[in-house]
Design a protein around this ligand. Structure first.
Ligand SMILES: NC(=O)c1ccc[n+]([C@@H]2O[C@H](COP(=O)([O-])OP(=O)(O)OC[C@H]3O[C@@H](n4cnc5c(N)ncnc54)[C@H](OP(=O)(O)O)[C@@H]3O)[C@@H](O)[C@H]2O)c1
Length: 429
C-alpha cells in the first residue's frame, strides 16, 4: 500500500470531531477507495483537556497556525470557522507551504476564496471546500465535475437548515417565529445568537459560492440581496398554504442578460415543486443545466456526520492526486459577474399587509397596485395579526419587481397600514 496521506486538523468541534470518528470507523474502506490510507497526525483546538468522544492524546498537538509547518503533513483541514483571523492565517500559511488545504468555512470562502484559490493555483496545490455548502450534499462536486459540461441557467435552493427547521415547525404547529426560535435555541438547533442564520447571511455566503461555480463568475457576496425569516408570520404560512404554496428561505442566482441576480429571501414555493417537500433541517439545491436538465440534490446540510462525510471526500480526492481548479476553472478565467437590474425581474409576488379594520383600506391598496401597474391575481382579507389589525394578503400576476416596489412606496406612511408590509416572490420555476 502506498504511503498514507498525512492530515493535520485545525478544530475538533462538531466537524473536526466528526472527521476523526469517520476516519476511525471507515479507515479500511477509505484506504481502498483512496488508494492509500488517510492518517490524522496532528491536531489543534483551544482546550486540550476537553472530552471529545475519542482519544485525542494519540495525535501531535500544535498551535493551529503552525500545523502546515509540521514535517510530513500533506494536507491541513481547517475546521475552526470565521472569515478572518486564525482560519485565514492558516489557509494562507498552508498554501504558501505548498500543502493541500481543505475547509468547511463558507464565510472565509465567500470573502477570500478567490484570492486563496489563486494562491493555490500558483502553488499547484489542491484547495477544496465540499463541506462549506449544504454540508453533506456533494453539490460542489456535482456542479464542478458532474455538470461541468453544461451551461447552468439557474441555481437555487434551501441553504440553511436552521431557517428551514423554523419555517417547517411554524408550518406544522401554527406558531410564530419568536416562539419557534426560542424552542430551537433550547434544543440546540439554533445558535444563542441566531442572526447569521435567521437573517440569511449564512445562506448568502453559500449562494455566492454556488453562483460562481454555476456561472463561471467571480464570487460576489456583496451583491447578494439578503433578507431573512424574522418577518414571516404564522399567518403568512397559513395563507400561503391556502393558496397552494409553502414558505421557504430560498437562495437563488440567475444569469440575466445584463448580469447576475443573487438573492436570499423567503419565497412561496408551489407544493408541486420538490423544494416544498424539504422539511426540518434538510438542505436542497436545484440547478438547471442546458443539456442535463433539472438536477435536484437533497440531504443534511449540517451536523457532525454529514459535514465530516464531505470533508473526508475532499481528503480522498487529494489522496488520489486530484488538484482541479477550486471554482471549476482557473481564477483568471472567471468572468466579472456584473449586476443585473433586480427591479426588472419579472415574476409573481405575495404581499401581506397588516391593515386597520376600517372602510377604504382595501380601495387604497388596490389603487396603489393599479397606479404602479400591478395586476392582482387573488386577494384575501382574513385573520388577525399578532400586533393588532387585520391581515390582508394578495398575490399578483407576473410583473416587474420594480412595479411592486413602486406600489409599496406609494403606500409608505399610509395610516391604513399597521406595521411594514411583507413581500415574498413566488417561485415559478
Ligand atoms: N457544524 C456544522 O454542522 C457545520 C456544517 C458545515 C460547515 N461548518 C463549518 O465548519 C467549521 C467548524 O464548525 P463547527 O460547527 O465544528 O464549530 P465548533 O463546534 O465551534 O468547533 C470549532 C473548533 O475550533 C477550535 N478553535 C477555535 N478557535 C481556535 C483557535 N484559535 N485555535 C485552534 N482551535 C480553535 C475549537 O476548539 P475547542 O473545542 O477547544 O473550543 C473547536 O474545536 C465552521 O467554518 C463552520 O461554518 C459547520
Amino acid at each position: 500500500m502506498p504511503a498514507p496521506l498525512k492530515v493535520a486538523l485545525a478544530g475538533l468541534g462538531n466537524v473536526g470531531a466528526g472527521v476523526v470518528k469517520l476516519i476511525d470507523a471507515n479507515a479500511d474502506l477509505i484506504a481502498r477507495r483512496a488508494g492509500r490510507p488517510i492518517e490524522i497526525v496532528a491536531v489543534a483546538a483551544r482546550d486540550k483537556s476537553r472530552d471529545r468522544g475519542f482519544d485525542a492524546s494519540r495525535f501531535q498537538w500544535a498551535d493551529a497556525t503552525t500545523l502546515a509547518d509540521i514535517s510530513g503533513v500533506d494536507v491541513v483541514a481547517e475546521l475552526i470557522g470565521g472569515s478572518e483571523g486564525t482560519a485565514l492565517d492558516l489557509a494562507r500559511a498552508t498554501i504558501s507551504a505548498g500543502k493541500a488545504f481543505v475547509t468547511a468555512n463558507k464565510a472565509m470562502i465567500a470573502h477570500h476564496g478567490l484570492a486563496l484559490a489563486e494562491e493555490a493555483e500558483k502553488a499547484g496545490v489542491a484547495f477544496k471546500y465540499e463541506a462549506a455548502v449544504a454540508g453533506g450534499i456533494p453539490v460542489i462536486k456535482g456542479l464542478r465535475e458532474g455538470a461541468a459540461a453544461n451551461e447552468i441557467t439557474q441555481v437555487y435552493g434551501i441553504l440553511n437548515g436552521t431557517c428551514n427547521y423554523i419555517l417547517t415547525t411554524m408550518e406544522a404547529e401554527g406558531r410564530d417565529f419568536g416562539a419557534v426560535l426560542a424552542d430551537a435555541q433550547a434544543l440546540g438547533y439554533a445558535e444563542a445568537d441566531p442572526a447569521f442564520d435567521v437573517d440569511g447571511i449564512d445562506a448568502a455566503h453559500k449562494l455566492s459560492i454556488l453562483a460562481s461555480l454555476s456561472f463561471g463568475t467571480r464570487i460576489d457576496f456583496a451583491h447578494v440581496k439578503t433578507s431573512g425569516i424574522r418577518q414571516v408570520l404564522a399567518g403568512d404560512i397559513a395563507q400561503a398554504k391556502a393558496l397552494g404554496y409553502r414558505v421557504r428561505l430560498v437562495g437563488r442566482a440567475e444569469a440575466a442578460s445584463d448580469g447576475l441576480l443573487q438573492s436570499v429571501q423567503p419565497c412561496l414555493v408551489p407544493v408541486s415543486h420538490p423544494l416544498a417537500h424539504v422539511a426540518g433541517a434538510m438542505n436542497a439545491v436545484v440547478a438547471h443545466g442546458n443539456f442535463v436538465g433539472r438536477l435536484f440534490f437533497e440531504g443534511r446540510g449540517a451536523g457532525e456526520g454529514p459535514t465530516a462525510s464531505a470533508v473526508v471526500a475532499d481528503l480522498i480526492d487529494i489522496a488520489r492526486g486530484e488538484v482541479g481548479p477550486a471554482f471549476a476553472m482557473p481564477v483568471a478565467s472567471l468572468a466579472d459577474p456584473g449586476q443585473a437590474n433586480g427591479g426588472a425581474r419579472q415574476g409573481r409576488f405575495y404581499l401581506r399587509f397588516t391593515v386597520a379594520d376600517r372602510p377604504g383600506v382595501l380601495a387604497e391598496i388596490t389603487a396603489a397596485m393599479r397606479d404602479a401597474g400591478v395586476s392582482i391575481e387573488s386577494l384575501i382579507q382574513r385573520g388577525e395579526a399578532p400586533d393588532g389589525g387585520v391581515l390582508l394578503v394578495l398575490t399578483t400576476h407576473a410583473c416587474a419587481e420594480a412595479n411592486v416596489s413602486g406600489a409599496l412606496a406609494q403606500l409608505g406612511g399610509s395610516a391604513s397600514l399597521v406595521g411594514a408590509p411583507m413581500l415574498m416572490p413566488i417561485l415559478d420555476v
